[in-house]
Design a protein around this ligand. Structure first.
Ligand SMILES: Cc1cc2nc3c(=O)[nH]c(=O)nc-3n(C[C@H](O)[C@H](O)[C@H](O)COP(=O)(O)OP(=O)(O)OC[C@H]3O[C@@H](n4cnc5c(N)ncnc54)[C@H](O)[C@@H]3O)c2cc1C
Length: 447
């Protein structure tokens, strides 16, 4: 393709991958497989990104932004002839303790922000379970959540300002003033513009944290306990859920010492600067768990708490040992409906030929039902039907089909059912206003 020669001369040969074995690696994210890109661009600074967009305008070849490809909705996977823009070389990070801000390029790995801020007793609260792999660019584009987001808020709540490149190749700055451009760009899944820098708010670390695990004989009872704890007025720092199948998968893989006979587990942290209040809140959660029939185990020390959290972080890896493929749903339902929804999904799983497991940030009403299967034996369409049934359960209970993983490619087909036509049409107009020729991440999000 002659335009690729121009791309190499515009950007420099060391910033473009053209060999097929290199390009093939960029057709995947953590869940989906797309087309092999025509080329992979590896920009190092904002000017490179602007040059890429200008090249895209001239050549007509779309751009697909990509962070670490840990995404779970196929967002960074090309679906048309495109060039992938991999931001992994843009890794500058500077902490300004006075302003309590981190200034970062999009390729910075999420956990690195808190690691760098720790020198000033500060941290960056958004903590996707993938924080050791995912990048800030991906987090911003998906408005990533995580265990701490129940109390602390999601990625978008920590954005002070953004620098981004628009569809004309111009470098712009988005702030919260007047029309909230930050609010539009965060969560836009790479479809409105390319984020090249972010100024992120940091917070002082809470002085005390306490942890408990509670085990239940019934999935619905665990969900009920979560709702009760919150209704009692506690806002735990983290409130996570795993069903019995997840517990057993983790135990088989990592021998952490989890009970194999439990139907569900809640994992809870309370935190703050006043130890008395932190302890009191943990006791209120423990009481809600016991009332719902749970067996409560308080972590005796930080080591034990770390071991319990290791169990939660290990779920995805452990599930991969059961079947090589999974369809990862990301529904959110009102907390008052959690028990009913968790039970309904459990029933769908019992009637299905494939294991259907559930875990998630239950404090936020955010559940990840995962269908485990082997794509070499199972037609994708059949699994898709079950995923659709799960999405419908969420919608019937007043919920939504994505809390944090985005719509991307894999949930695009459900969006028309999830949103009314006037809303879809407004979203299409926003897309056209930002990207009239659909050069940014085509084939994603909007049906
Ligand atoms: C084990 C595991 C656990 C996970 N846990 C969580 C969790 O707790 N919470 C959560 O929210 N997610 C979670 N995820 C999903 C995933 O890690 C997040 O969606 C993350 O934000 C993606 O970051 P990434 O750098 O990998 O982005 P990618 O997957 O590469 O891309 C994601 C999206 O961002 C766009 N994008 C990337 N960079 C830019 C940029 N600079 N400008 C514009 N658009 C851009 C891409 O086009 C794509 O649409 C998990 C994934 C795994 C595998």
């Amino acid at each position: 393709m002659p335009q690729l020669g121009r791309l190499v001369s515009d950007l420099g040969p060391d910033k473009v991958l053209l060999d097929r074995p290199d390009r093939v690696l960029y057709r995947y994210d953590a869940i989906a497989e797309g087309e092999v890109p025509l080329a992979v661009a590896l920009p190092e600074r904002t000017e490179d990104v602007a040059a890429l967009v200008r090249w895209s305008r001239a050549s007509g070849v779309p751009l697909v932004p990509r962070g670490a490809a840990s995404g779970l909705s196929g967002g960074s996977v090309p679906v048309t002839e495109s060039v992938v823009v991999a931001f992994t070389r843009m890794r500058e990070l500077r902490i300004d303790p006075g302003a309590r801000l981190a200034e970062a390029q999009p390729g910075v790995v999420t956990v690195e922000v808190s690691e760098a801020a720790a020198a000033y007793d500060l941290y960056y609260p958004p903590d996707p379970a993938s924080h050791k792999q995912s990048t800030l660019g991906g987090n911003l584009a998906e408005n990533a959540g995580g265990p701490q987001c129940f109390k602390k808020g999601v990625t978008g709540d920590y954005v002070h300002a953004l620098e981004w490149v628009d569809a004309e190749g111009k470098v712009r700055r988005a702030t919260r003033e007047a029309h909230d451009l930050v609010g539009l760009l965060v969560g836009s899944e790479g479809t409105l513009g390319l984020i090249t820098r972010a100024w992120l708010r940091l917070e002082p670390r809470p002085k005390h944290t306490r942890t408990l695990a509670a085990y239940f004989g019934d999935v619905g009872a665990a969900a009920q306990a979560a709702s009760r704890a919150i209704a009692a007025g506690v806002v735990p720092a983290k409130l996570e859920f795993m069903d019995g199948a997840c517990l057993r998968a983790v135990e088989d893989a990592f021998r952490i010492g989890l009970p194999r006979d439990a139907a569900a587990m809640l994992l809870v942290d309370t935190d703050g600067d006043d130890l008395e209040i932190v302890e009191e809140e943990l006791e209120l959660v423990a009481a809600a768990c016991r009332e719902a029939g749970g067996r409560v185990q308080r972590a005796g020390d930080a080591q034990e708490a770390g071991r319990l959290w290791q169990a939660r972080r290990a779920v995805s890896a452990a599930l991969g040992r059961i079947h090589p493929h999974r369809m990862n749903e990301d529904i959110v339902v009102p907390r008052s409906k959690l028990a009913e929804v968790v039970r309904r999904i459990h029933e769908l799983g019992e009637a299905s030929p494939w294991p259907l497991v559930q875990f998630g940030h239950i404090g936020d009403g955010n559940l990840h039902p995962n269908i485990l299967y082997d794509a070499r034996e199972t037609p994708h369409e059949e699994v898709h039907e079950l995923a659709h049934a799960i999405a419908r359960v969420a919608l019937e209970h007043g919920g939504v089909i994505s809390g944090e993983h985005g719509i991307g490619l894999t949930k695009r087909a459900f969006l028309a059912e999830a949103l009314p036509e006037p809303t879809l049409s407004a979203l299409r107009r926003v897309k056209r206003a930002f990207d009239p020729e659909s050069r940014f991440n085509p084939g994603k999000v909007l049906p």
